[in-house]
Design a protein around this ligand. Structure first.
Ligand code: FAD
Ligand code: NAI
Length: 500
């Protein structure tokens, strides 16, 4: 009995302490204190974007040394790995976004967050022009700002290869709006198929969902659509469930080319069991309002009726990035993206650093790379601030009269300090592994294992690892709590099938 009482007390104590700490952290997050104002003697650091690269930089940046401006058309950070879960209603949209101000308001010196799109960057005059593209605009909606340092982290946009009908008829899976739009379209297809008197052929068309692109985005989305069907739609649309079909179309000979052969085979067999059709060596040539035109492996053309097409065929550069690169024709010749040096400085542009999906490096365009680059730049800026402070001290000492007995010693000391901080260590990427959710409560993972190569793992345990890894990667306690609550809600009550 005593043991039971003691265990009870320890449990109660743990709950009270846990709840107290949770409340304390949440309260601290919600009540930012006063900040130092911008200081005209400090350098201006402009950050373009509020995605993985920019947010990771902001997270670690010591803002005391700079006047920082963040310019992005989104005033929030989007946790892209969980976007397919929003498209099927597993998570609610607000659970995976974090307002940028929730981070910047906790910084020592004020950071200005401006909701606008950069429309022009001039590396010669060191200026950036930006425009408020939102629905509501004030009297001023375009302006130009001078920078000392610019971090260019605008990401990429979805590649369409100018294939006819993609922009007009397909859904994308890149932004929050895309996921919400896809969810509406998917449920609309279901409700239209349930309309009385619909022919069998039309029901089959409306319930055929085509996902284009067998990269991780397409695979994860197909897996999530399958879960939605099996966990919920079978209950609420019993007469339609058996007619719902998911087809994944991929131009290459296999899906997920970045994963090991073993994990590709595992994914393909899991999809087969889940009745998700994979069409490899098949290229989408056109998307029409009610069908998709495919070039089959034998090069014949087939027109396949469908209700919804989701386009997840990779990335391409934004126009503003192309325009910036065109201003430096000698140095910026890589059509994949911005060329940077080993310290992530844009070649040919003074004071410009570029990170993430807008760059052409030897790394894959992933969140992992962009986040590590952002954190690296925070260290670089700390070093640059120190160098600037030492340079200012050196200038002051140079101003001392020549007969000052300490001048020579001081100059030598400061010059050696400046030389030390002048050397910036190159960026080094450390790969933490690749993870992807494939539906049916299964995930795949290619994880680096010490120096002996990679471990390929898959299955339900990997799925739990996938969930805990992404939960820990979310930038705030608030998002972690929201995502965990959504997962519990869906487990208990299922997904919502109302069409907003
Ligand atoms: P982004 O995160 O895209 O951020 C770009 C920012 O720039 C945005 O805030 C945007 O609003 C802003 N911007 C756009 N235009 C302008 C402009 N003109 N001026 C100013 N700002 C502008 N990677 C992984 O490693 N693991 C995953 O599990 C994973 N899952 C993914 C799932 C999905 C559905 C998608 C689409 C991608 C996924 N990725 C994943 C890839 C990852 O999201 C990207 O590699 C990452 O977002 C790149 O970071 P970034 O900072 O370069 O760009
Ligand atoms: P992707 O570039 O990885 O894959 C796109 C696929 O579409 C390619 O395999 C391509 O062959 C195919 N394709 C292109 N045009 C086609 C056509 N006309 N017809 C048929 N197939 C066509 O793009 P994705 O999946 O959006 O990923 C982008 C980046 O984000 C990648 O670097 C990826 O690693 C990363 N990412 C990582 C995730 C993870 O680690 N879990 C999840 C999602 C994205």
């Amino acid at each position: 009995q005593r043991i039971l009482q003691a265990t009870g007390r320890v449990t109660l104590f743990t709950i009270v302490v846990g709840a107290g700490s949770f409340y304390y952290i949440a309260h601290k997050d919600r009540t930012p204190g006063p900040q130092l104002p911008h200081d005209p003697t400090k350098k201006t650091l402009v950050i373009l974007g509020s995605g993985w690269g920019a947010t990771s930089l902001l997270n670690s940046l010591d803002t005391e040394e700079y006047n920082v401006f963040v310019i992005s058309p989104r005033n929030y950070f989007l946790f892209t790995p969980l976007l397919p879960s929003v498209a099927t209603g597993t998570l609610s949209p607000r659970s995976i976004i974090q307002p940028t101000r929730y981070m910047t308001r906790h910084k020592k010196r004020q950071v200005s967050v401006i909701e606008a799109s950069a429309t022009d960057v001039d590396p010669h005059t060191q200026t950036v022009t930006f425009k408020d593209m939102s629905e509501v605009q004030g009297l001023t909606s375009t302006t130009t700002m001078k920078y000392d340092y610019l971090v260019y982290a605008v990401g990429a946009e979805t590649q369409t290869f100018n294939i006819p009908g993609v922009r007009e008829n397909a859904c994308f899976m890149k932004e929050l709006d895309d996921a919400e739009k896809m969810q509406r379209r998917f449920l609309d297809c279901l409700e239209s198929a349930a309309f009385p008197g619909q022919s069998k052929a039309e029901v089959d068309r409306l319930l055929h969902m085509v996902v284009v692109g067998g990269g991780p985005t397409g695979v994860e989305l197909s897996g999530e659509l399958h879960d939605f069907l099996e966990d919920d739609l079978r209950s609420w649309y019993p007469e339609l469930a058996d007619s719902i079909r998911i087809t994944l179309v991929e131009a290459l000979p296999s899906v997920l080319p970045m994963f090991s052969k073993q994990l590709i085979d595992y994914t393909e067999s899991t999809f087969k069991a889940a009745k998700i059709d994979i069409m490899t060596k098949t290229m989408v040539k056109e998307i029409k309002e009610n069908s998709v035109v495919l070039q089959m492996p034998d090069r014949s053309i087939a027109e396949v009726p469908c209700g919804m097409v989701v386009w997840a065929a990779g990335n391409t550069l934004r126009q503003v990035t192309r325009d910036l690169m065109a201003k430096l024709p000698e140095e910026q010749t890589n059509r994949r993206g911005i060329t940077v040096d080993e310290s992530l400085r844009m070649k040919g542009a003074r004071g410009v650093f570029a990170i993430g999906d807008c760059t052409a490096t030897s790394y894959a365009p992933t969140a992992q790379v962009a986040a590590q680059e952002g954190a690296y730049l925070a260290r670089v800026f700390r070093q640059l601030a120190r160098r600037d402070a030492l340079a200012a001290q050196l200038a002051e000492v140079h101003g001392l009269p020549d007969d000052d007995p300490e001048k020579k010693v001081k100059v030598e000391h400061l010059e050696s300090q400046v030389a030390k901080v002048d050397k910036i260590r190159p960026f080094k990427y450390s790969h933490q592994g690749s993870l992807a959710y494939i539906g049916s409560e299964k995930a795949i993972a290619d994880l680096p294992f010490f120096s002996s190569g990679n471990v390929a793992t898959a299955g339900v345990a990997t799925y739990l690892f996938w969930r805990s890894a992404y939960l820990s990667k979310l930038f705030s306690l608030r998002n972690r709590a929201l995502v965990a609550t959504d997962w519990i809600k869906v487990k208990i009550f299922g997904r919502d099938v109302s069409r907003e």
